[in-house]
Design a protein around this ligand. Structure first.
Ligand SMILES: *Cc1c(COP(=O)(O)O)cnc(C)c1O
Length: 409
């Protein structure tokens, strides 16, 4: 009954119109309606194909529907998907052991979304401050950086410096101090005996892929160690191969006290996040003090373990480093040619490209790239963020660079 099938199927334009009255307007998506995807490619309702240069903000580091990850999910769906932490599951121990091993830390607390991992770290750092460091009750502070993005919960937007993210959502959670990013002197000045932790992104993704100067992460590590507070690295976007190393902190061989992972940890299939930390830190939690119904569920642990299988080969880190050099060269050429690019920053397969606001907003550039069959996302008005799957081929990357050259010339 092909007629039934066609009348039941709505076009991209119809589906976009249907969303407006029923879906909260907390996003402003590009006008593309994805119906299927594989590897670096997505396909819309009408069968048009697009190269995905956003990769779900790095949740799709291994591309869409990586066969090993989809297999792991399928196999687990036939066994058990959810136990809650009221019981043990046969998947969780192995996942936690291997995640700790990969990161050089001791203990894991599995959650679901990135924001939950950040919230967990805030709670754990405060508890550590009271029980281990001896900060006076309810006086603990956490130092964060200007331009940060750590998620969308009430506590997290309390220390955001983005007006749009905060405005209208007060009253806010106290106990945070904001210092300029990539400024060790300002950081040192903000730390005192109440400081539980310094929470930073090793590279600020949402801010436009801002890469701190060489030595900053080493400086944060030394400073936090010397002043007796925790270094919490939010690697929810920068981690798991994106920058050409397993973690962005690996570029300076720095090990934080607390590492936050999410996005790619769920293989683009299920939300999986984790707080990974030294035993002295996560060890402060006792039964009942924190948790999540879905955190560390068997499906999440199975997919997360399959993600670790991929990372343990080192193949994706190498690809990100090698193809990152291709991306860097391509962007350098485009920037040299003049045109709309005023500056760009790149590390591994991750780049922020600033465009001259006189020649178009980031949104307009994204729409022009969409017309060329390339999906990207603007950030902060005039920056385009590029974060293709780490599985992208050199030919696909060249095609994306050609589209960028055409649109930005
Ligand atoms: C995406 C992101 C988060 C929040 O993750 P969600 O899963 O969207 O809650 C936190 N920190 C960083 C650095 C991120 O990029």
């Amino acid at each position: 009954m092909t007629t039934t099938a066609t009348t039941a199927t709505r076009s991209s334009a119809q589906l976009i119109r249907a969303e407006a009255p029923v879906l909260a307007h907390n996003y402003h998506p590009l006008p593309v309606v994805v119906a299927r995807a594989e590897g670096s490619w997505v396909e819309d309702v009408e069968g048009r194909r697009y190269l995905d240069m956003l990769a779900g903000y790095s949740a799709l580091n291994f591309g869409h529907r990586h066969p090993a990850l989809v297999d792991a999910a399928h196999r687990q769906l036939d066994l058990v998907t959810l136990t809650s932490r009221a019981f043990h599951s046969d998947r969780l121990a192995g996942f936690a052991e291997r995640l700790a091993g990969l990161t050089g830390l001791d203990m894991v607390l599995p959650m679901n979304t990135g924001a939950e991992a950040v919230e967990t770290a805030v709670k754990v750092a405060r508890k550590w401050a009271y029980e281990v460091k001896g900060v006076a009750p309810d006086r603990a502070t956490i130092v964060v950086a200007d331009g940060n993005f750590h998620g969308r919960t009430t506590t997290i937007v309390s220390f955001s410096t983005d007006g749009t993210a905060r405005s209208g959502f007060g009253p806010f959670t106290p106990g945070f101090r904001v210092v300029p990013y990539d400024d060790l002197a300002a950081l040192e000045a903000a730390i005192d005996e109440t400081t539980a932790a310094v929470l930073i992104e090793p590279i600020q993704g949402e801010a436009g892929v801002l890469i701190p100067g060489d030595g900053y992460l080493t400086g944060v590590r030394e400073l936090t160690r010397r002043t007796g507070c925790l270094f919490i690295a939010d690697e929810i976007q920068s981690g798991l191969g994106r920058t050409g190393r397993t973690l962005a902190v690996d570029h300076e061989s720095v090990v934080p006290d607390v590492l936050l992972l999410g996005k790619a940890l769920g293989g683009g299939i299920v939300p999986v996040s984790a707080v990974v930390a030294r035993r002295e830190v996560l060890g402060v939690l006792r039964p009942g003090e924190h948790g999540s119904t879905f955190g560390g569920n068997p499906l999440a642990a199975a997919v997360g373990s399959a993600v670790l299988d991929l990372l343990e080969t080192g193949e994706y880190q190498r690809r990100a480093a090698g193809l990152g050099a291709v991306l860097d060269r391509g962007l350098a050429e485009i920037a040299r040619a003049g045109g709309a690019v005023t500056a760009y920053r790149a590390r591994g397969l991750w780049a922020g490209v600033d465009v001259d606001p006189a020649l178009g907003t980031g949104r307009q550039i994204s729409e022009r790239l969409l017309a060329e069959g390339v999906l990207v996302k603007d950030t902060h008005g005039s920056t385009i963020r590029l974060a293709p799957p780490l599985t992208i081929t050199e030919e696909e990357l060249d095609a994306a660079l050609a589209a960028l050259r055409k649109v930005l010339a």
